[in-house]
Design a protein around this ligand. Structure first.
Ligand code: 6PG
Length: 468
């Protein structure tokens, strides 16, 4: 008997994805570079599922029915190219490779092109939901040719998370659309995570709340409009006790945030495409700054003690609204970026579908997505969601709270970069007259870069001062 599909790469994500596929009734061939891991997986985790291990790449390819469908669940970057090179000699025209890692979209374009010369089909597929999602139902974002997608549509929709709006999997679009959308998903993820952390910082330092109290607030919020995976895990984190010290573990974790690159790529793509995603961008810098622990310790001593603002717990309501405001504007910026990329790279992405498949399984799943979909349904051209009364009323209603929270943070000397950038994103976009006229005058002054005028057509340059 041949396997229906193959999975290469048996780190936890690969193992879980293979088990998920097998539990949905498919026979799965599995292969990992180091045989030890394959053996361990089969011995310890496979319990009657149709999973066929291979310890040799040719045997692995031969054990899959034709046309072969092979999911690559290996680390992004050169490991993907290395495994493709290993597989290539044994593949035949019409076989399909699916890269399910967090690959950079430019790499995916390059691989699509390269493999097309061999007649091999290729999908760049974003998968979100971490280890749990891979096993129980992730959000799946495949992009590439529609023909390739059709070959695996059944299995992907079966293993995906489900919501009342269907399986969290859709054909995202052409070329590297799947990986692009997954990348922006992560950019939004960074922004929401950072804004939750900013709110947490105010709770612990200004309101002097302990972790258990903070946990209770997040747990309450999770029942309301803020209901989301990231808010849910936050209250669970607050409640998690370290056995050794009997203290909340979060208080013992070093404040240096790591990153694997998808947030940075999102910011880079936004800069390249000229799309404003300030909240997403500063969330990356916030992680970068966190790394300079030594400097922060030193500078905090020179700066001196920060005096926290005197406020009481009545501002918790304002904190909730601030988080909603940030979440909304993080999605707004991310969607806008996807829209512009879709135009620039001919991805042909349906934003409503993207929001639909983010409703379940993924890290940024949130109740708010239904609200965003309603806004977009009313007007599909509303690509950053703001051009509607519904959206504007939503953010304006939050604004007094947001400004209060921002000023409390300013007064206390606490950084809230995502909150501040979300405010400025809103204020800038809703400002008819920005001071960019002065920038244009300055550019023309020192570099004859020219400017346009508001009172007549054309491009102008003046000698701003007499040259000696
Ligand atoms: C997901 C996550 C996942 C991974 C991130 C973490 O959607 O399941 O985004 O892909 O946890 O890559 O990224 P950082 O290591 O950059 O925080």
């Amino acid at each position: 008997m041949k396997a229906n599909i193959g999975v290469v790469g048996l780190a936890v994500m690969g193992q879980n994805l293979a088990l998920n596929i097998a539990r949905n009734g498919y026979a799965v061939a599995v292969y990992n570079r180091t045989a030890e891991r394959t053996k361990k997986f089969v011995e310890e985790r496979v319990k009657g599922e149709k999973i066929f291990p291979s310890f040799d790449i040719q045997h692995f390819v031969d054990s899959i029915e034709k046309p072969r469908k092979i999911i690559l669940m290996v680390k992004a970057g050169s490991p993907v190219d290395e495994i493709i090179e290993e597989l290539l000699p044994y593949l035949e025209k019409g076989d399909l490779l699916i890269d399910a890692g967090n690959s950079h979209y430019a790499d995916t374009n390059e691989r699509l092109e390269r493999l097309s010369h061999h007649g091999i089909l290729y999908l760049g597929m974003g998968v979100s939901g971490g280890e749990y999602g891979a096993l129980h139902g992730p959000s799946i974002m495949p992009g590439g040719s529609l023909e390739a997608y059709k070959m695996v549509q059944d299995v992907l929709t079966k293993i995906a998370a489900k919501t009342e709006d269907g399986p969290c999997c859709t054909y995202v679009g052409n070329g590297s659309a799947g990986h692009f959308v997954k990348m922006v998903h992560n950019g939004i993820e960074y922004s929401i995570m950072q804004s939750i952390s900013e709110i947490y910082d105010i709770m612990r330092k200004v309101l002097k709340m302990n972790s258990a109290e903070i946990g209770r607030v997040f747990e309450e919020w999770n029942k309301g409009e803020l209901g989301s995976f990231l808010v849910e895990i936050t209250y669970k984190i607050m409640n998690y006790m370290d056995e050794e010290t009997n203290r909340p573990l979060v208080e013992l974790i070093l404040d240096k945030a790591e990153q694997k690159g998808t947030g940075k790529w999102t910011a880079q793509a936004a800069l390249d495409l000229g799309v404003p995603t300030p909240s997403l961008n500063v969330a990356v810098f916030a992680r970068t700054i966190s790394h300079f622990k030594e400097q922060r310790i030193q500078l905090s001593k020179i700066f001196g003690e920060k005096k926290m603002a005197h406020v009481d717990k009545s501002i918790v309501k304002d904190l909730e609204k601030s988080l909603l405001f940030n979440m909304f504007l993080s999605f707004s910026q991310g969607l806008w970026l996807i829209h512009e990329a879709s135009n620039a790279y001919n991805y042909n992405i349906d934003l409503l579908e993207v929001l639909r498949i983010w409703k379940g399984g993924c890290i940024i799943r949130a109740k708010l997505l239904d609200f965003l979909r309603n806004i977009l349904k009313d007007n599909p051209q509303n690509i950053n969601l703001l051009a509607s009364d519904l959206a504007m009323n939503f953010v304006k209603e939050k604004l007094p709270s947001v400004l209060r929270v921002s000023s409390i943070a300013r007064e206390s000397g606490l950084p809230t970069p995502v909150l501040n950038n979300s405010i400025d994103y809103l204020f800038s976009l809703t400002e008819e007259n920005l001071p960019a006229n002065l920038i244009q005058a300055q550019r023309d002054f020192f570099g004859a870069h020219t400017f346009e005028r508001i009172d007549k057509e054309g491009t102008f340059h003046v000698e701003w001062q007499e040259l000696e």
